[in-house]
Design a protein around this ligand. Sequence first.
Ligand code: G6P
Length: 587
Amino acid sequence: MCGIFGYLGKRDDALELVIKGLQKLEYRGYDSWGVTTDLDGELFVEKKVGKISEANLDDFKDKKTGLAMGHTRWATHGGVTDVNSHPHFDPERQIAVVHNGIIENYQELRDELGKENFVSETDTEVIAHLIAKYRKELPFKEAVLKTIQRLEGRYAIVVMNVGENYLIAARRGSPLIVGIGDGEYFLASDIPAFLEYTQDVNYLDDNEMVIVDGGVEFLNLETGDPIDKRLVNIDWQAESAEKGEYDHFMLKEIMEQKETIHRAINQDTDEIMHIAQQIKSSRGCFLSGCGTAGKVCMAGEYFFSMIAHRHVNFAPSSEFPIYHHFLRPESLLVVISQSGETADVLEAMEAAKSKGSKVLSLVNVEGSTIARQSDFSLHIKAGPEKAVASTKAATSQMALLLLIATAMIGELQEGRRLLAEVASKINDILNPRFLTYIKSVAEAIKDHENCYIIGKAENYPMALEAAIKIQEVSYIHAEGFAAGELKHGPIALITEGTPCISIVANDEVKQDIISNTMELKARGAYIIGISPENNEAFDEWIKVPDVGVASPLVNIIPIQLLAYYIAVLRGLDPDMPRNLAKSVTVK
Ligand code: G6P
């Protein structure tokens, strides 16, 4: 949801460095991009519609500077045009601003500042104009502080002023991380932007501002008082955020599931037990997340029911706040998020906290806002996930939920053993022959306009997740159903040759879903069965290992691959699907 990056330091290729850093943040938005710097008192600006990965670094080689900033945009206010791209400026073009978030009172501020003076349709431009207004009577830093105090909404911003060698940044609701190198400083929406230069970071919290000049100074945005921040060392290796030998991050991340599940389950036993105990002692436990994380929560509902015989409720985070009627201090909200920055999830957390309920989280990005704003947070340790479509984070999240469910009944060790077996069987299936077969199935269905997926019990959420995977990267209309619901409407959509995926685990509902699959076949559907055993209903059989109650973890993998290959065969970029962003920091 927009990536921002600023650099100040000893190097003289700051513009190239900022562009390379933004290329690593491209997953946050790829409608357009822009960079700016001060070249001997003159503002240099480049803004372009399109992906920053297509920027030509050679165009910037002769622009020597030690200070630069830029932005990669996911459009919210104003169309996808060069002029709406960030940075934005004051009318005199002395002050530049990049922004991630939404300024909710921008119309009011535009009116105050004179609508006719604005060149873009964005909410961001008001920030630069307002700083310029206050700048007439105040030193620059104070003008920035006063401006920020007037902004309503969510933001992370970085500001520079021509002729002055420093950057100022602030946040409320959108991520901003300060990388501290040796005589150099980085301000970015996410760590991979600067991971190759430093692993020492300060997370900026809400209502904080940072001034980066020869050092860093943190201030409270409301009072302007200085604050102390803790330096955190990040244990990610730079290469784990790179594609390596793979054509796309999505494929790399699917393949990494051989290892990531192990990392997820080798968590500190006390921490798992703590969460299990919190769920057990709560009165009213809710699971919440968005998109793929939401489908993981649904799978969690089944795990808690089937393994721990415990009722938990799932609600998508965007819907959760209305549940506040049910919340009490003894209620518990468990949120799941890969990025740890999703605005809807943060809002669900606020709703729970307003009723005195506790909030636990499972996140992938350590130090993220959701992690820091939870009463207790567990890190899923999947490593950086860059493709927009979530894959390895989802299986790690499911593994942890299953593990917690086993811990609730005193069977944590058995849970660990089962999941270790799952990880090793995933390792076995992710072989070249399996990939080639999935690719051939993708070839068979890639030109269809519709695809339906059915699942039952703990695999019903996987049918929904399968639909998300196929929709988001291949743009085929895909829908997932609870298998038994077919006959109540969706079966009318089936015609000769319609591709239908049936997820058939070796469980107590197997016969029911086989019957539903036969009903589809009888109407001409082309059936792709995902199952440990073949069946006469299947036109294609994707064989997966039988891992009992953990079946969603293995069943989703061929569907992730199928979605990936369909996208590639249709000539699409699976890492950057249209209209989407990896981290959704707006409501
Ligand atoms: C976006 C992404 C999805 C992701 C969802 C929730 O929509 O495109 O892949 O599942 O956000 O993100 P989170 O970071 O909270 O898991």
